[in-house]
Design a protein around this ligand. Structure first.
Ligand code: DI6
Ligand code: FE
Length: 399
């Protein structure tokens, strides 16, 4: 059988099945951007590759998947960071017109070109660590026109930088200045979601359900609108307090509930029943100096799938490093090496509803790979501030 490319002399983290699915001394073949064969050395006798690549004993994982980011925005909030170091609280900063609203102002004022110019380096930083798929949320526009602009820039950057972008509509991120929460929620549901869905600008709808943002009743309204328009559901839940948002989202078939530091047993049970992925965001936990840990052992015991993501955003997680996020997942949340790597591959794909296409090395999957100069999988999680990526393969090609 003819194939485009055959990698030999590699160790694979296939992520196929439980754990890392390690296959030492392996081969992997791809044609037309898809994996067509994975097996032990010598299992490729029937394959005639156009290109043969000697992996020289390197490790290969699926390309990394960051399943929760707010990567496209203008401006930054280093000034607020400095204020917080001097003891000013996040809430005080928000009351003084800072916080999410200050990023909304900057994002609204930016042209698409400027927005792309400011966001591109963040995407390139992710790509340099082997990211092949990234979810990007809107949520700093808060008008149809400005939310659309964010989503269009996200899509264009993905094409330009050769990264799969999975767009999520987060119109219900904050109540825009001068508006009432309920009246704005009605606009999100009756005007914005229908338009965004009709224009094919998002695959999912997300909401910040919190005492400082939108209520569970408003979340329910948003979920119903999302469903009506064929969009998947995600939620920022239980980050600062327990609003039972994750439970509500799970009952609406949510793909994921994210943050969930304050999640309770009923929330865990609902997530387990629905197969909703727990997306953990140690960057935000670290940066805001949160002290309440997500209920990780209970999530494990219940068999709730666990993903990890950067939550890249200017306010609570100015982080563009999946590798550092894995290290934080291990040191702060006590996740295992296998959980950290699965959290940025197989489980992240699940949180995006793309398990059938990405996140594992198996025949039929898209050929998105990260090839690493490491001695063992643990090296990816263990080192801090070092990037051992040898090459990134996107749709079968070095990129
Ligand atoms: N939760 C968060 O931590 C971020 N958004 C959200 O819903 C905060 C975003 C920001 O401060 O800009
Ligand atoms: Fe977030």
């Amino acid at each position: 059988m003819h194939v485009d490319t055959l990698w030999s002399n590699v160790h694979l983290m296939t992520l196929d099945g439980e754990g890392l699915g390690v296959l030492r001394d392996a081969v992997l073949a791809a044609t037309d951007g898809r994996i067509v064969h994975v097996g032990p050395a010598g299992s490729d006798a029937h394959l005639q590759p156009t290109t043969r690549i000697d992996g020289e004993g390197r490790w290969v994982s699926p390309g990394l998947i960051d399943c929760h980011t707010h990567l496209v925005y203008a401006g930054n909030r280093a000034n607020e960071f400095e204020q917080r170091l001097q003891g000013v609280s996040y809430a005080e900063i928000a009351r003084a017109g800072g916080g999410i609203v200050s990023t909304v102002r900057a994002t609204r004022a930016a042209s698409p070109k400027q927005l792309a110019h400011e966001s591109r380096p963040r995407l390139l930083a992710m790509r340099a660590e082997g990211v092949t798929t990234i979810e990007i949320k809107s949520g700093y526009g808060l008008t149809l026109q400005d939310e659309r602009k964010q989503l269009q820039v996200a899509r264009a950057l993905g094409e330009e930088c050769r990264v799969n972008v999975v767009p999520t509509f987060l119109g219900a991120h904050a109540v825009p200045p001068g508006r009432e929460a309920q009246e704005y929620t009605d606009e999100v549901c009756e005007v914005m979601i229908p338009a965004i869905a009709a224009e094919g600008l998002a695959e999912a709808v997300d909401i910040f359900c919190e005492n400082i943002a939108f209520s569970p009743a408003q979340a329910q309204q948003v979920f119903e609108a999302a469903r009506q328009h064929g969009l998947a559901i995600k939620i920022h839940a239980e980050q600062l307090s327990n609003q039972h948002g994750a439970e509500l989202a799970a009952k609406h078939g949510a793909l994921s509930a994210d943050h969930i530091e304050h999640l309770d047993d009923a929330g865990i049970a609902a997530m387990r029943a629905a197969g909703t992925v727990a997306v953990l965001l140690p960057g935000a936990y670290y940066f805001t100096r949160e002290t309440v840990l997500p209920p990780i052992q209970k999530l494990r015991d219940a068999g709730v799938p666990i993903a990890l993501a950067t939550d890249s955003n200017p306010g609570t997680s100015p982080l563009t490093s999946p590798l550092l996020t894995m290290n934080m997942g291990a040191t702060l949340f006590r996740l295992t090496v296998d959980e950290c790597i699965a959290g940025f591959t197989r489980e992240a794909a699940r949180a995006l509803g793309r398990s059938d296409r990405i996140g594992r090395l198996a025949a039929g999957m898209e050929c998105d790979l990260a090839i690493w100069d490491i001695e063992a999988p643990a090296d990816l999680v263990y080192r801090i501030g070092f990037n051992p990526l040898h090459v990134r393969i996107w749709r079968g090609q070095p990129a």
